[in-house]
Design a protein. Structure first.
Length: 128
C-alpha cells in the first residue's frame, strides 16, 4: 500500500514517478496490432517515448519555482510568479497537466503522482 504525504509549506518536493500512462499505451497497442498496424505502432512508440521521459525527467517544486531536471541536470525553471493559470485535465483519470505562463503555455502528460502534483500546485500556485 502506498501512502501519499502532503508537502509542508516551504518544503522542496520531488514528485514520485508514475508509469501508468506509458504502460497503458504500450499495452493498448498490442491488441490494436490485429486491427490497425500503423496506429498500433504509433501508439506503442508514443508509449515508449513517455516511458523514457518518465524514467529520465524529474519535477521538483521549490519555494519559488517548478524545476525540471533530466537526470541530475536542470533543463528548465518555471518561476511561480510568471504563472497565470494551471489545470489538471480529467481529474478522475488525470492524464494531462496544463499551465500558462506570461509568455507561453505548456501541456505535460501526467507521468508523476497526480495527487502530489495537485497538492503542490494548490499550495504554491493557487488557481486564479
Amino acid at each position: 500500500m502506498t501512502t501519499t504525504t502532503y508537502p509542508q509549506a516551504g518544503q522542496t518536493v520531488e514528485l514520485t514517478k508514475s508509469y501508468t500512462i506509458p504502460i497503458v499505451l504500450v499495452l493498448a497497442a498490442i491488441p490494436l496490432l490485429l486491427v490497425q498496424v500503423w496506429v498500433s505502432l504509433a501508439i506503442a512508440l508514443f508509449g515508449l517515448f513517455l516511458l523514457f521521459q518518465t524514467a529520465t525527467i524529474r519535477l521538483i517544486f521549490t519555494d519559488s519555482s517548478l524545476d525540471v531536471y533530466r537526470s541530475e541536470r536542470l533543463i528548465r525553471r518555471f518561476p511561480y510568479q510568471e504563472w497565470q493559470n494551471w489545470r489538471i485535465f480529467w481529474p478522475s483519470v488525470p492524464i494531462l497537466f496544463y499551465f500558462k505562463e506570461v509568455n507561453s503555455i505548456h501541456f505535460l502528460p501526467i507521468v508523476f503522482d497526480p495527487k502530489m502534483l495537485q497538492a503542490c500546485l494548490e499550495q504554491r500556485c493557487p488557481k486564479i
